[in-house]
Every structure is written in structure tokens, then in C-alpha cells.
Design a protein around this ligand. Structure first.
Ligand code: FAD
Length: 289
């Protein structure tokens, strides 16, 4: 089922996994997906390795197994930096062969040796997907704190508007640790003519190292209240993970109470984290039992 239709029908709840590299770990990703599917999310998204290297070849096989073996809608990510139109067309025909109609159209992060070939921005990819006539429901990324490369807020919203005009059906947000950033962003979208539904993305951090890495790579700021939780958790990794999951659950419950279009949990390959988020949303009444 098309994700845009799900979002139009109700507030959604979804998970994300990344396919590991190599042959054998594909089975591990399937095992993780099976555990995530037990919570009956509206969809499970499967990341894509930018530039066509690493795990990108495993995205469609895992998405296919989620969709057809586990009976949960799959969202296959696709990045376009370093890809040609022919690469994208081959991927799209792989999606059609696998019976997957949901794709998240992304540019991908810049990296040495990964230059734009046929696509400069995600909006170019979305335009191409629409022009190809492929029957796809297309999601795109948005950034409550702005994208790290955007020189001004104005430009950040202008590029979001372009994604909407190119044919994106809905948006999924980058992770954030302060819900107020999301609420402000949601209001500003309307002022900038961005009227797409926005699914809020939350990542439960499970270690100090991880939160530092995320803040560095995606530019998310770490509010004082998160630092305080980490300090109180001390040096024990299990206590840090517990503090991170508790904080994320509080974020989710607050977002649920504030009328979000959907909640996406960057559960990555940690089913215990996903289950904790699911339990919190059941307890607060966002999800039916
Ligand atoms: P764009 O929309 O192209 O934006 C990139 C920058 O260019 C922004 O600063 C934007 O303001 C600017 N810009 C956009 N259009 C224009 C324009 N027409 N003119 C001028 N400037 C413009 N990465 C992966 O490698 N694999 C994944 O699976 C993956 N999944 C993700 C899922 C989500 C929900 C999110 C939020 C991010 C994900 N990423 C993933 C990371 C993403 O690839 C990076 O954030 C990347 O740097 C930007 O991607 P984008 O699609 O937002 O790019």
C-alpha cells in the first residue's frame, strides 16, 4: 500500500533498518526485520548506501522480503549522488520486479569521489522518477534544524518546496532531540508553502559515542536536558542505552500528543529499541492494542 495513503488515513508508526554488507549478514537483517514486523508497524524503511557501494545491492532484496514474506509495507531508500539516470532506472525497474511501490528519494551525503553526475539534488531525482512514469509513492527528507549545507533557513525551505513541486508525496524528518525544533519547523513549512505531511523521525541514542557521531554527521544539536541524562547515566553502557531509549520514548509520547502526521523510529538494527518505542506508544494510546 502507498505510504501517502496510510498517512492520509491515520497517524502512522514506522521503523528503519540498514542492510549489512556481504552475503551472510543479509540473513541477519531478515531476522531483525522479522522482529520489527512483530510490532506491525505501518512500514519498515530500508536504507541505501550512497554512491552505489557497500550495502546498496541489499536494499531491494531486504525490502522485498519485508513486503512479501513478512507482510509489512517496505520503503526502499534511494540516493542519487554519483548515480547516472541509467543506474536509477535500473533500480526502479528492480523495485517494480520486486513489487515495491514506496521509495524515499534522497541525494545522499557528499563524500570525496562521490560527485553529482546526472542528479545534483533530491528534487532532480524526484522529477526524474515522476517523468519516468513509474508507479511510485515518493517520500523525501526534511530537516527540522535545517540541512547542514543550507546557508540560510530561506534556502532550506526553498529546496523543500522544490521537492514538493517535483512530486514528493510526503516528508520524513531527520532525527532531532528537542521537539520544540520540530514544532517550529512544522509551522514554518506552512509559511513557506510546504504542505506535505511530515513524519517525525526519532533516534533513540544508545551510547555517548553514538549521539556524538549523529550530531557530527547530521548536524542535530544536543540540548542540555539530553546531556544531563547522559551525565546522570554515568559510564555504564547499559545505563546510557537505557537513558537514551527512555528519552526517545518521552519524545515520541509528546509528539503523539501534539498531533504529528506520523512517527518514524530510527530503530536501525536494534529490535529491543523498537519494541520499547512501540510499548510507549501503546501505553499513551497513540497505537491501538
Ligand atoms: P537535497 O534535498 O538535495 O538537499 C541537500 C542540500 O542541497 C540542502 O542543503 C538543500 O537545501 C540543498 N538543495 C536542495 N535542492 C536544491 C536546489 N534545487 N538548489 C539549491 N540547493 C538545493 N543517506 C544515505 O546515504 N542513505 C540513506 O538511506 C539515507 N536515508 C535518509 C533518510 C532520512 C529520513 C533523512 C532525513 C536522511 C537520509 N539520508 C540517507 C541522509 C541524506 O542523504 C543526507 O541528509 C543528504 O546530505 C541530503 O539528502 P537530501 O535528499 O535531503 O538532499
Amino acid at each position: 500500500m502507498r505510504i501517502a495513503d496510510k498517512i492520509a488515513a491515520r497517524q502512522t508508526f514506522s521503523f528503519e533498518i540498514f542492510p549489512p554488507k556481504g552475503e551472510l549478514p543479509l540473513e541477519e537483517a531478515r531476522a531483525v526485520a522479522t522482529e520489527l514486523a512483530a510490532d506491525r508497524p505501518d512500514w519498515i524503511s530500508v536504507t541505501y548506501s550512497a554512491g552505489g557501494s557497500g550495502n546498496s545491492a541489499n536494499t531491494v532484496p531486504i525490502a522485498s522480503s519485508i513486503e512479501h514474506e513478512l507482510g509489512v509495507t517496505a520503503l526502499a531508500h534511494l540516493t542519487c549522488l554519483g548515480s547516472t539516470r541509467a543506474d536509477v532506472d535500473a533500480y526502479v525497474s528492480g523495485l517494480a520486479d520486486a513489487g515495491i511501490e514506496n521509495v524515499l528519494a534522497l541525494r545522499g551525503d557528499r563524500a570525496p569521489g562521490r560527485e553529482a553526475i546526472d542528479f545534483e539534488h533530491a528534487s532532480d531525482l524526484i522529477e526524474h522518477l515522476r517523468a519516468s512514469g513509474a508507479d511510485l509513492c515518493i517520500g523525501a527528507a526534511c530537516y527540522p534544524e535545517g540541512h547542514v549545507e543550507s546557508p540560510t533557513e530561506e534556502e532550506s525551505f526553498e529546496s523543500l518546496y522544490k521537492k514538493q513541486e517535483a512530486g514528493a508525496d510526503y516528508l520524513v524528518s531527520q532525527l532531532f532531540f528537542d521537539n520544540e525544533d520540530f514544532y517550529r519547523f512544522r509551522e514554518k513549512c506552512l509559511r513557506h508553502r510546504v504542505r506535505l505531511s511530515i513524519v517525525a523521525g526519532i533516534m533513540p541514542f544508545t551510547s555517548v559515542k553514538q549521539i556524538q557521531r549523529m550530531a557530527f554527521t547530521c548536524g542535530a544539536s544536543i540540548p542540555a536536558k539530553v546531556v544531563k541524562r547522559l551525565v546522570l547515566a554515568g559510564d555504564d553502557p547499559a545505563d546510557q542505552a537505557r537513558a537514551g531509549v527512555e528519552y526517545a520514548c518521552e519524545q515520541l509520547v509528546d509528539l503523539a500528543a501534539n498531533g504529528v502526521d506520523g512517527l518514524h523510529v530510527y530503530s536501525m538494527n536494534k529490535p529491543a529499541v523498537a519494541h520499547a518505542a512501540h510499548e510507549a506508544l501503546l501505553a499513551c494510546g497513540y497505537l491501538g492494542a
